[in-house]
Ligand binder design. Sequence first.
Ligand code: ADP
Ligand code: MG
Length: 1078
Amino acid sequence: MAKMEVKSSLLDNMIGVGDMVLLEPLNEETFIDNLKKRFDHSEIYTYIGSVVISVNPYRSLPIYSPEKVEDYRNRNFYELSPHIFALSDEAYRSLRDQDKDQCILITGESGAGKTEASKLVMSYVAAVCGKGAEVNQVKEQLLQSNPVLEAFGNAKTVRNDNSSRFGKYMDIEFDFKGDPLGGVISNYLLEKSRVVKQPRGERNFHVFYQLLSGASEELLHKLKLEQDFSRYNYLSLDSAKVNGVDDAANFRTVRNAMQIVGFSDHEAESVLEVVATVLKLGNIEFKPESRVNGLDESKIKDKNELKEICELTSIDQLVLERAFSFRTVEAKQEKVSTTLNVAQAYYARDALAKNLYSRLFSWLVNRINESIKAQTKVRKKVMGVLDIYGFEIFEDNSFEQFIINYCNEKLQQIFIELTLKEEQEEYIREDIEWTHIDYFNNAIICDLIENNTNGILAMLDEECLRPGTVTDETFLEKLNQVCATHQHFESRMSKCSRFLNDTTLPHSCFRIQHYAGKVLYQVEGFVDKNNDLLYRDLSQAMWKAGHALIKSLFPEGNPAKVNLKRPPTAGSQFKASVATLMKNLQTKNPNYIRCIKPNDKKAAHIFNESLVCHQIRYLGLLENVRVRRAGYAFRQAYEPCLERYKMLCKQTWPHWKGPARSGVEILFNELEIPMEEYSFGRSKIFIRNPRTLFQLEDLRKQRLEDLATLIQKIYRGWKCRTHFLLMKKSQVVIAAWYRRYAQQKRYQQIKSSALVIQSYIRGWKARKILRELKHQKRCKEAATTIAAYWHGTQVRREYRKFFRANAGKKIYEFTLQRIVQKYFLDMKNKMPSLSPIDKNWPSRPYLFLDSTHKELKRIFHLWRCKKYRDQFTDQRKLVYEEKLEASELFKDKKALYPSSVGQPFQGAYLEISKNPKYKKLKDAIEEKIIIAEVVNKINRANGKSTSRIFLLTNNNLLLADQKSGQIKSEVPLVDVTKVSMSSQNDGFFAVHLKEGSEAASKGDFLFSSDHLIEMATKLYRTTLSQTKQKLNIEISDEFLVQFRQDKVCVKFIQGNQKNGSVPTCKRRNNRLLEVAVP
Ligand SMILES: Nc1ncnc2c1ncn2[C@@H]1O[C@H](COP(=O)(O)OP(=O)(O)O)[C@@H](O)[C@H]1O
Ligand SMILES: [Mg+2]
């Protein structure tokens, strides 16, 4: 399927008509109505063919966004609604693709939006042309030149807050690819009178205000300025501030732009110094001073300002002061100095200020050009943008308006020329017969002004150069003479009597019928302004300045280059530059933007019809449409034409196979359009009347509606059918699924219900069976229980007697037996150790076993003692018997006893048989010796002791000398009756002998021995075994002994400590022997 491309067109969705050429009927009223209608719908752009009319909206519209740029990029001119971008795109593309230099001519009165339009064109071109670091820098410099020039060349006027007070033409240069290379700016006629005086409600150039409010303290100080505007005579006070304009911020923007454009810091500063100098010049004031010779003279009132100016500019103060007071006229090697009166001095001051400023401005333009000029020498393509003041008609029109209007005449001229030329060329190109076009050619007016011999400008120059008194009046007279017969010149004084009674025409004026209307010029000031006189003394003073920039601005001040020829007048300068401009423009393809100002209030949404009407007239827009429509109102290439209207004919719809041209021919034939209404060119169809085009459009619209209906019908049918089929198919599917789902659901319901019922029934059945089983079980249990009870009763009844007789005792016995058995078994396990001294014994379990338990303990103890004893030998038994005997005898009776328990009883301490000394002694004793020991025998007479061997045998007790072994006494045991001793801890003992026995003749013996206990015990035992009598042993601390005939009392006293631990014995008297025991 072929891709259907929908081409849009200017003709789509038009508000009014987008192209005035299509206006039907065409007259001023319909023209304005159309503009107004579009303006009210925010459509500020309207075409006249390829000319763009722009109505200033005085508000920002959302139609300049980057998206819009993209919309208009590479689109045909008539494809989208009218826009300045369409024109810019067309111009840029034909420059790039067809190698045609372009110029964009923007005209309109002050405040109509020319400068804005030029900026829009530049920004559009900048947006669509090549990119890259270098290119961007060029673009940036080109765009940034605007703020600089606007600061110095724009001012607030009653018509426009940012009115350009100079004409500007800028050539932007491109390479073959369409990338920008650089640019050249030309400036025309800066309105320099504004520097020294501004009309009411207007301001001086922006830069003065920007400098004063935006510069830092430091900078101001350096420039010797003060921030207060009112300090400066050149700044009118009534509108120093402009609404919505921040001068300080703009100052920074300008400084920044200067930097981007390439001004060095020093240059920028120099420029500001010149600005400051101009401001300060305004503050120099003069007072009259009369001299003797009657000549008027002036004097500077306050020299302080002058001094500061001189410091700023490095000019010798005297030189400048003199230049303000004298004027030197040089004529043929003669120098004549005349003094200046106050008026002349002021004139000189203002002339200097104006010149200084306007020359600074030209310098700025040149400086910018230097920065932005193309760096390469390759062939360039050029797009010129002309932003020049439009036609001006004020109440008081002077030289400036005359010049400006002249310029506009020239532009109109070139417009007509180029438009017609273009039109004619197209006709030739398209091979269409040329029809004569009737239009007004303003060449005649141009001639009135610029004719070299009798043109007004030539006349003015002539007057200025003429010797003798020259005034504006003489100039007017001259005009009246020369131009009186000219159709477009009107003057009261002219010889032609036509205007003699015309009171609207004052005597000091002349009137010119410009193509755009009649303008009345006040002749006053023409000569002066044309002369633009600056006294040579001043330019020379300036040239002497140390300030390099100022010096360079006044080259004619150099005395070495004194040129006696007058400089060219302002008029001739302007004429020359306009001529160059025109020549320049003629080589280029023109593109027009005609700006219209909708109201005088700078307000949005107000459309003042009379004001617009006036502008339409002097811009010659109707003229413009007529020229454009002179032959054919509308033309279009065959392809788009066929594309647009092919639906109007069966043969061309929907596809035309042949060449487009024959398609269009068939189409037009079919539609029966009268032959004179159109013409076939080579590539375009030309339509004579807009009516025909609209007819076509109407037909197309209707046909489109029909087609739309048809398409709609078919589409709807198709849509409905497919929809229906889809629905049907879907319905079957849904139904199937639904049925299945419903069945499933029903089945599940039945199933679950069945399960519920089933479970209930089963439950019920089970419970019933359970109840029955439980019942049966209880029945059985009951029977068993009853039977058991019954049997129990029976048995108990049977055995009750038997039980009562025996059972209790038996059970008791059995129980007791069991307890005792358990007791003994327990005891067996808990037996204590076999040691006789072990006191442990298990506790008793039952009270009734108490005696048994004790008895058992006793038996066990006896038994283990016996066991212990059984281990002993006979000898050991003897020892223990002796020890036992000793214990019975002395325990708890004699204090010495405990110390003897540990000593073994040895008996024979002296080894009589082994010692040869005692051989005799041994031989004398036949019996077994039981004791052989050395004892101390106490002397009966004095209580002193002597050692004796004490021997005990089975039958005798013997005493022998310890040294000789000779037996001293022998006592048979039967004669021993008693042994006495104290209860104390001493070894004294007395052996009492039987009275009357042989041994007793000397009396009883008193001994002391270390082994008292052993000796006494053995003596006792031996006596007992031999005599079968118990030896009497007396233990007392006082006892009597028989010494010969005397009975002596032996008394034991305690506590004598004199002889240490040894007891001492002393005979007190016949009856008392004292033993001191420690
Ligand atoms: N296209 C526009 N869109 C919005 N405002 C505009 C437009 N054109 C002009 N203006 C407004 O009108 C004012 C005057 O325009 P300007 O271009 O300086 O006029 P001119 O150069 O013709 O004297 C601008 O400052 C701006 O506020
Ligand atoms: Mg402007």
